[in-house]
Design a binder for this molecule. Structure first.
Ligand code: PRP
Ligand code: GUN
Ligand code: MG
Length: 179
């Protein structure tokens, strides 16, 4: 598995340090409030688990599965809800947690959908932002790292369901995938 990695883009230490910073910022911004963190399955799970522990105000967690990708490396543009929330978001301070924003199609759809359910507020926190590939605008409140247009894997991000458990963000060897 590790032999499929061309190089490490963000090390385990870099990820951990940035998540502590994001957690501190979010803690300060939501002082006196409670947060409903909504993780976007499946990629955001590892980031969400670490971020939640870096936030010091009360946090509830819920998950949605919204998929716009097949097994390949580019978005089909068709967003489907595979799993909806278990809880009602009305009146809650929602923080949507993503691993990566690429075309923006997934979150653009998701945020519009969640806004229609009348949360008290809604903000986005993403670990990675790939602005070069954006097709629709997404308003990002908390951004871990802005990265160039590489197809990245690890720390939740997969290629054909592999590599999610790598502890770092890496760039896949080009010979491993065909787009
Ligand atoms: O900005 P976009 O172009 O929409 O791409 C970003 C989304 O694509 C990936 O998820 P994917 O749909 O591959 O599912 P997964 O999280 O289960 O890997 C990633 O985790 C984001 O959710
Ligand atoms: N694994 C992975 N999934 C993505 N979805 C959108 N962009 C990416 C990426 O760079 N890597
Ligand atoms: Mg995802």
């Amino acid at each position: 598995m590790i032999n499929d990695v061309e190089r490490v883009l963000l090390s385990e230490e870099q990820l951990a340090a940035r998540i502590v910073e994001l957690g501190a910022k979010i803690t300060a911004d939501y002082a006196g409030e409670e947060i409903l963190m909504i993780g976007v399955l499946r990629g955001a799970v590892l980031f969400m688990a670490d971020l939640a522990r870096a936030i010091k105000v009360p946090v509830a967690i819920d998950f949605m599965a919204v998929s716009s990708y097949g097994a390949g490396t580019s978005s089909s543009g068709v967003v489907r809800i595979l799993k909806d929330l278990d809880e009602n978001v009305e009146g809650k301070h929602v923080l949507v947690v993503e691993d990566i924003i690429d075309s923006g199609l997934t979150l653009n759809y998701l945020v519009d959908n969640l806004k229609s359910r009348q949360p008290a507020s809604i903000k986005i926190c993403t670990l990675l932002n790939k602005p070069d590939r954006r097709k629709v605008n997404v308003d990002i409140a908390y951004n871990g790292f802005t990265i160039p247009d590489y197809f990245v894997i690890g720390y939740g991000l997969d290629y054909a369901e592999k590599y999610r458990n790598l502890p770092f963000i890496g760039i896949l060897k080009p010979e491993i995938y065909q787009d």
